[in-house]
Design a protein around this ligand. Structure first.
Ligand code: SF4
Length: 398
């Protein structure tokens, strides 16, 4: 978020949260949204909506800002926050970036060590093959600075009613648990609605104590496939551990009515064919455990470009669309069927001849994934996991 001088960005280590809340940037955003104007920073949501898909925009949120003054200021503090615990993460998922996982930048550095020229190529490919957005080796760990941590913990305990906790991976960061303990000790957890977005690789037995206190708790399980598919996209996760975590959370949910589970897959080139299988697993999980989970449908990868399924060859998209359509009868939830039908319609939109740079993007897809699979010494790389995809891309590029 740009500061009022138009040059620097707000930084939680130097600026108070209150300063940014009523900054010129935020005032302008509020004014424009209330006037129904479009904002360039919201382009991803507009794009999904134009494809008939669901976006993260929630117009009901605008109601909260109806009391903003004419210049966009609001008197109350931010009651809902999305708290990012830096970029410390234990995974390096295909569609992610070093902004969210320090492992990704580190891996790109390590991949380039023995191959002169690869680093330049990877940098040129920023936005196409990877989300190169900053200094690769950077680690954001504001939570390790005592003053910053104190400011955030006190603000959250005192003002925040509802928060989404995101990483990095919060459950791999001890300060995330310290925040829950901080609020527990001050008896403020009971006022809070907490949403934890996690890759499900870790749990903490104390969650049972903390989450009993909160007003409500939602666990977003970020899973992009079942078994080896998730392990490939969300490297180096182990499916066995993820299932163990799911069953841990299931017990928590069953013992507490205010807790719920939401499965949140990110739909992309490497799993769009797997969509019905994933949803079937989620439905079966509910049946076996006797809980009622939801599915978060708005996470669709549009960057890096090689993860955006619309760039795949039309022939492959048709194969996937036909296959998904055949499998739909395996599902019982009508909402899921309707959502998948929207993706089938999106897959049927052809663009082999119209999408700019399609050949280059697909060449980058092959080079990047081949190099990464070799570097990771994978026994099952993308070519073995998705032979039809490999075949259709090779045919398209001939
Ligand atoms: S678990 Fe989340 S933050 Fe970590 S690499 Fe995957 S998507 Fe990024």
């Amino acid at each position: 978020m740009v500061k009022d001088d138009g040059y620097k960005h707000f930084n939680v280590s130097e600026d108070s949260l209150e300063d940014s809340w009523n900054s010129q940037y935020m005032r302008t955003v509020r004014q424009k949204m209330l006037n129904g104007e479009t904002l360039p920073s919201c382009s991803k949501c507009y794009d999904l909506e134009s494809r008939g898909l669901q976006s993260m925009r929630d117009p009901s949120n605008f109601e909260k800002y109806k009391n903003a003054t004419i210049d966009g200021q609001v008197k109350n503090s931010a009651e809902h926050i999305e708290l990012h615990f830096g970029n410390v993460c234990n995974l390096a998922c295909k569609m992610c970036s070093q902004q969210f996982s320090h492992k990704i930048g580190q891996e790109l550095i390590d991949m380039s060590k023995d191959e002169p020229g690869l680093s330049t190529w990877l940098k040129q490919q920023g936005g196409v093959a990877n989300n190169w957005t900053a200094e690769l080796g950077i680690v954001y760990d504001w939570f390790k600075k005592p003053n910053t941590k104190k400011q955030i913990f006190e603000y959250v305990s005192e003002h925040v009613n509802s928060m989404n906790i995101v990483g990095g991976e919060p459950t791999a960061i001890k300060e995330f648990y310290e925040l829950l303990e901080f609020c527990y000790d001050r008896d403020t957890l009971k006022n809070k609605t907490i949403t934890l977005i996690t890759n499900c690789t870790n749990t903490n037995s104390n969650l049972t104590k903390w989450l009993k206190e909160v007003k409500s708790f939602t666990l977003y399980a970020s899973l992009d496939g079942i078994g080896s598919r998730n392990e490939y996209i969300r490297y180096p996760s182990k499916w066995q551990n993820i299932e163990k975590s799911l069953y841990f959370y299931k017990d928590l949910i069953k013992s507490n009515n205010s807790c719920k589970l939401v499965f949140g897959p990110t739909l992309q080139t490497l799993n769009i064919d797997h969509l019905v299988d994933m949803i079937e697993y989620f439905e079966n999980f509910d049946k076996q455990t006797n809980i009622k989970s939801d599915i978060w449908w708005t996470s669709v990868a549009t960057g890096p470009r090689i993860c955006d399924y619309t760039v795949l060859p039309d022939s492959y998209k048709q194969i996937v669309a036909n296959d998904l359509e055949k499998k739909l009868s395996r599902l019982s939830q009508q909402n899921s069927i309707d959502q998948i039908k929207k993706h089938i319609a999106s897959l049927r939109q052809t663009n082999d001849k119209t999408l700019e740079h399609k050949v280059e993007i697909l060449k980058s897809f092959i080079k990047y994934n081949d190099k990464q699979d070799t570097f990771r010494k994978l026994q099952i790389g993308w070519r073995k996991l998705l032979p039809k995809l490999a075949n259709e891309i090779e045919k398209y590029l001939k």
